[in-house]
Design a protein around this ligand. Sequence first.
Ligand code: SF4
Length: 332
Amino acid sequence: MKVTIDKNAGFCWGVVRTIAVAEESLKERPKVYCLGDIIHNTEEVARLKKLGLDTVTVNDFPNLKKGSTILIRAHGEPPETYKKALEYGLELIDATCPIVTRVQERVRKFVTQGYQIVIFGKKTHAEVVGINGVTGGTAIVVLNKEEALAAVDFKQPTVLFAQTTMDKQEFKDLAAALKEKLDTLIIGSMEETAVEYQAKDTICGQVSGRESKLRQFAAENDIIIFTAGRKSSNGKVLYNICKEVNERTYFAETKEEIDWSWFEGAETIGITGATSTPQWAMRQIKTLIDLKFGITDDQPEAESLTEAEEPEEIAAEIAAEAAQKREKEKVL
Ligand code: SF4
């Protein structure tokens, strides 16, 4: 039997960055309060709790000591949260993933221009709550094209965005369905006035880029153990991709959920997970399987590619900002 950890699985760049910010801030303070679980992974939350990171909600603000430190996790927060923290005299550390911040900025720009905002995502997901907060809660949040077709006002200029962890193909289908409906309405209209419609694919490259590699990994192994937090929406998307390719894909939030009947007749076992799954959690599962089946040929420790990479889009943005700054300095 051969057990392999997927080297492409594990924390995405945004999550690594957020955890690094949390760990750094805890070196200077005994206690930091994170708004919501820092990551959809109970074991990682427990590890950071031992270092002094507690999870709170905005409703806890009145009960916190003035000057307490609040960490904003990778999902981001609505503008209202920043105002409230200020009101209660709390210190804020903003560890919002820069990709999410960029989506918020783009949404803000379209809101200012009077567009109807449609978000393909989960209404209650923290990232969507944050993005919708930028619109003052006026965005239409939909989970599929049927919901979008029923809710969108086709007389208004409209722009479609996506929660960064949604499925790319579903986004494309939804974007096409809105366009098609709009085209039909224009053809039927006497005035032939085209209502403006734009679709902005804001699905994170760190998530969508993993899809093809994950498909390959799922196909290469007899069974797949997929480990992630049950609350992780990115986990659900990636799990479904594995399951589509390999029927024998099993979900386990922790190593305790492993069922040994899954392994019947399997020669190759693949362990993978979501962008919120720590590499150490996958290694724990591998060790458990190795011990159970007496496997001694150890796979060299795989470095997670996603843990090391900075997304190209962010690197390019940082480079462009630096170039702009240099130009400005030249002028001055
Ligand atoms: S999945 Fe992408 S947008 Fe979300 S936290 Fe990770 S890097 Fe940021």
